[in-house]
Design a protein around this ligand. Structure first.
Ligand SMILES: [Zn+2]
Ligand SMILES: [Zn+2]
Ligand SMILES: [Zn+2]
Length: 442
């Protein structure tokens, strides 16, 4: 009986298995295998294509997309450069479909130009960054205002209000900052010899309320490296900075009206002087004013009389466009070889280049209307004078009456630089003037 039951069970089991097997369709591949795909629709830059093939297992036809290949922008042309103010742009043409695309180029950084403004007693110093393209600017305050020196000795001036600094007193500063006032007395002067022989001083700051620096005030301060004179100082007395051998450059402010004799005597390392005064009387005997100085830069309206006379080391003279007049004897007996006169210059003083023996060539700007007596006397090497405007010149001696046009100089002659040089050097007893063209009546 048991055997029968087992047999029936087995038969049922086999039947079940066969039934199940018969109900399932043949194959279906879970993943079809297509070996050869053929494109039915080409893909473009932006649209998908299609391709089709037959499964090698089940023979079913399969289809699938071909992804759009995207534009091919290989070469870009900049249509507008970017700056710090505007974005630029560039364009490219798709090498496949010809579509044009435009893209922005990011703005550039500002090309800041930096100017340092030094600290004063009352103001912090800073670096100003200004963009020359878009004018964007910002300040970086990085220098604290100067600490006034304490303990200096002084005396009250006759007015009973202002005072004169007379010496170091109990002060031990190496960076000397003349205070605005001492015990309530505004400081307006530095007494003669006040800091003479103070070899500990390294820098000096003299504020704009100080009008006068006395004779020998800083002479023999051999470690003095930098002197700052604010625009306000009017007068520098005799030998004030004599033998300050640590000085290499010096800036004289526009406010100066008087420079006494030999203020830089024996400053053997002083090579560059910036002269910004509009006018300052310089006595004729100030031959030592710029002794040793190799470069002098004039930034006022006048090159004073006598300023560089007999300066044997002078090599470079820079005259800024603000200068209208070159004074008498200004460059007499110097060794300068070239000098560029600024456009806008109006007159060249008497004997301005007298005995400038190495001067080879000079150009007279069209704006010049007067050349003084002897301006180029004994300029032995002077081969060329280029007149930018050779028309309208005439000459007269100091004894003659000024009769415009009475002794006219032939413009065609004057337009030849070699001839002009010969004539001007030779005719050194004459004033030269140019008729100012009056356009209203011409
Ligand atoms: Zn298949
Ligand atoms: Zn394309
Ligand atoms: Zn900018």
């Amino acid at each position: 009986m048991k055997r029968d039951l087992f047999f029936v069970f087995c038969v049922l089991a086999i039947a079940c298995f066969l039934l199940t097997a018969c109900n399932t369709k043949p194959d279906p591949c879970t993943t079809h295998t297509v070996e050869n795909w053929a494109t039915t629709t080409e893909a473009t830059c932006t649209e998908n294509g299609t391709e089709a093939g037959v499964c090698i297992v089940c023979n079913e036809r399969q289809e699938r997309p071909i992804t759009a290949h995207g534009h091919s922008f290989a070469i870009w042309t900049v249509t507008q450069e970017s700056t710090c103010a505007v974005k630029g742009s560039k364009k490219s043409t798709c090498t496949i479909c010809g579509e044009i695309t435009v893209q922005a180029i990011p703005m550039t950084d500002h090309p800041y130009v930096d100017t340092t403004v030094k600290p004063t007693i009352t103001e912090d110093g800073y670096i100003e960054h200004v963009c020359p393209v878009c004018q964007d600017s910002y300040r970086e305050y990085c220098f604290q205002k100067l600490q006034e020196s304490n303990g200096l000795s002084y005396m009250v001036n006759q007015d009973g209000i202002t005072c004169t600094v007379t010496g170091f007193g109990s002060c031990k500063d190496t960076d000397l900052v003349i205070p605005l006032d001492i015990d309530g007395h505004p400081v307006t002067k530095i007494r003669h010899s006040a800091f003479r022989n103070c070899t500990t001083i390294k820098t000096v700051f003299i504020h704009k309320n100080v009008e006068e620096i006395g004779a020998f005030a800083f002479s023999d301060c051999t470690n003095l490296k930098r002197v700052t004179l604010e625009n306000g100082v009017k007068c520098i007395r005799e030998q004030a900075f004599r033998a300050c051998t640590g000085l290499t450059e010096f800036t004289l402010p526009a406010s100066l009206t008087y420079i006494d004799n030999a203020i830089f005597l024996d400053c053997e390392n002083l090579k560059t002087v910036y002269y910004n005064s509009d006018f300052a009387a310089v006595p004729y005997f100030t031959q030592t004013f710029v002794m040793h100085v190799e470069t002098i830069v004039f930034g006022g309206t006048t090159v004073p009389d006598n300023i560089c006379t007999s300066s044997s080391d002078l090599k470079t003279v820079i005259i800024k466009d603000s200068v209208k007049c070159i004074g008498k004897y200004a460059f007499a007996n110097t060794d300068i070889e070239t000098i560029i006169l600024p456009d806008g210059l109006e007159s060249i003083g008497d004997y301005a280049f007298f005995y400038a023996q190495n001067l080879k060539s000079i150009t007279i700007p069209a704006s010049v209307t007067q050349i003084g007596v002897g301006a180029f006397k004994d300029c032995a090497a002077l081969q060329e004078i280029v007149f930018e405007d050779p028309d309208g010149w005439w000459q007269y001696t100091p004894e003659d009456a000024e009769i415009p046009g009475s002794a006219a100089i032939n413009a065609s002659f004057l337009s030849v630089p070699e001839k002009a040089a010969e004539l001007l050097v030779a005719n050194h007893t004459y004033y030269w003037k140019k008729e100012i063209k009056n356009e209203a009546t011409a």
